[in-house]
Design a protein around this ligand. Sequence first.
Ligand code: HEM
Length: 510
Amino acid sequence: MDLTAFSTPFHNLNRSISSRSTKTAIKFFRIYSYSSPPPVKTTITSQPASLPVRTIPGSYGLPLLGPLADRLDYAWFQGSETFFRKRIEKNQSTVFRTNVPPSFPFFLVNPNVIAVLDCKSFAHMFDMDLVEKRNVLVGDWMPSTKFTGDRRVCAYLDTSEPQHEQIKSFAMDTLKRSSAIWIPTVTTLLDTMWDAIEPQLPSGPVSYIIPIQKFIFSFSSLCIAGADPANSPDIAENGYMRMDRWLAVQLLPTIPINALQPLVEIFLHSFAYPYFLVSGDYDKLYEFIETEGKEVVSRGQTEFNLSKEDTIHNLLFILGFNAFGGFSIFFLSLLASLESDKTGIQEKLRNEVREKAGSGLGLTFRSVQEMDLVQSFVYETLRLNPPVPLQYGRARKDFELSSHDSVFKVKKGELLCGFQGLVMKDPKVFDDPETFVADRFTGEKGKELLAYLYWSNGPQSGTPSVSNKQCAGKEFVTFTASLFLAHLFLRYDSVTITGTSFSAVEKPKP
Ligand code: HEM
């Protein structure tokens, strides 16, 4: 495939894309497969079940009151992590029955789930023979399809639905094509961001929330939809805010907010907010993709047989919900990991980055992939702060589900719910699981652990494809975060972070 044929306004960047980098990019993204590999069977799910069979412990409580009590514990009294932790202790099991919000009184949903809270039981949700993923992205409840142009977009489709294959192939194709512009796009936008922040630092800390969001919005628009926000004054200024509002209004009932209770429970978690509140924002974003992303939109129609509307609504969801939403959370935790470090990690990262990419070697797919510590730091951040902490899957048939110590019988139609906040601290898999260990994923043993890193709804060692529901952007996400760190430590010796602000940067001595 000729990657250079893909043109966006960013092809005019004055950095050249070296042929070595492009070749490596092609190799790098060949991992995206359009064929149908066998469904994921990790060593963990395929083990023979020589374990005792146990009835699934836990209960759903009294009708209406049980779900309400669980909802209040989850969102208010305990918070999600303690909620699940306490129930593991009470049931003496990482698999148990409970309710999760949203629920009573105004949501017509079934809040009953089977929680799966260790690496072994969670992995059953990657096996598409066992679970169905139709409309369960955020649980039994689903935001109105009004937010996505009256259609169910890719993330809500099960692998058995033909449109899933069509749209996921399209998503993976757009990413593969953009691989040639990804590095120059990201690094140029990062330079613009730092050039704006740096002169403000002598006057005091500079909040990074808006600069980072603007950066994410721009590179996602360019790399996923080939649409340059700079060509639309309204989108350049307000695009990220329009996206934030569209995301917030549809997800409010499921976002844990630990302040201002009981107001949050009463006003934000009791009913779904209507689409008309953000229809103006969504219309503007739609128009932006329609005009600025013409080339990608037309490919969706001609090569993937999608209607123009299906293409644009899906592009907006991938760009806004998957990429912008995911990165907005992830970059904050990446910076928080740097802030909270007490082990001198910045110096170690800087040394590695300069060894692999310094003295004119440059940031290429190959050089970034050779940065083992940088990548491990990114993986460890994803382990302890998975940006999408909850995953759901509905049993396609009756089957036996194993935890590390027991086997449970799951009935067709029951909803499994995994909370990665605890699964990724499984002490049977990760040593010292509560501690951030920056080099955890380096070396041979560290690489083996990638089979148990699940942030993308599949193992980090797995491959997203049309026959599974693993994040289509899996490689881009970890690569972009590594690129962000590599760019940072080429540009600066160190950065001082305080809360959500940068308070100082130290430039390399000439
Ligand atoms: C930090 C950023 C990101 C995070 C944390 C993230 C996370 C996830 C997760 C957890 C899922 C599975 C949800 C589920 O079914 O339970 C998913 C699905 C998906 N992601 Fe990502 N994602 C990110 C960025 C991206 C990017 C950049 C793309 C660009 C193409 C992308 C495209 C998709 C698509 C298309 C799906 C649906 C897959 C399917 O239906 O088979 N994501 N993502």
